[in-house]
Design a protein. Sequence first.
Length: 248
Amino acid sequence: MTKRFVLLFFLLAVSLNVWADPGYYVVTVYDNKDEKSLDYRYWAVSRANGAETIWPELGFGYGVTARWYTELYASAIGTSKSDLKLSTWNWQNDYQLTQGQYPVDLALHTNFIRPHDTADGYTFEFGPALQTDMGKVRLNGNVFFERSFASEESYGNGQANATQMKYQWQVKYRWIPSFHIGLQGFGELGDWDHWASRDQQSHRIGPALFGSFELMSSTKFAYQAAYLKGSVYGKHADMFTMRLQLLF
């Protein structure tokens, strides 16, 4: 039975359009020891001039311990289903530093990003992920830093660009397991020690829906989707994001 759900999940994933940077999803860290996941993320960004960028991500995640979650996933990019191309390989790791002993839980998020079409260069993302609960309301706030590197042959000093700073936050009301409602926000600020001017920054906000369903005793389907309005690097853009997970 589980094999049928896995096959259904992959068929659904490859039939959809998709986008990521700077789409993102809010990183949340929780105890999911021994839980495996097939993970599909969808981003679509429409700009004021009508241009749309789509970017799909498909991966496999695993809760190694009660504190450590790891995931390998691939990202593609394009402007339509017909011109999608594989963009990057990604290795994400999230590690919980606290688990309920303080009012706010703290985790360390890292992501190693390798371009698909070249063996030269990589990007490393890292930063704190914070979470707290107020009754049925869950609050998340993350600040991440991103640094790109390449070989000395390409950049002379091995550095492609300065460390970039970005943020993400989420407010979620957990009504029933199958339906949560909330708000999400994302932004890119520029160099961590010298932010870009306001008209060159990115800030997006919008409503979000979440939920999960039991498919069988050991298998669950989780979803989230959000519609965001704001800017992408200073230019107005609307964004739709979606994440589907098969957990087993």
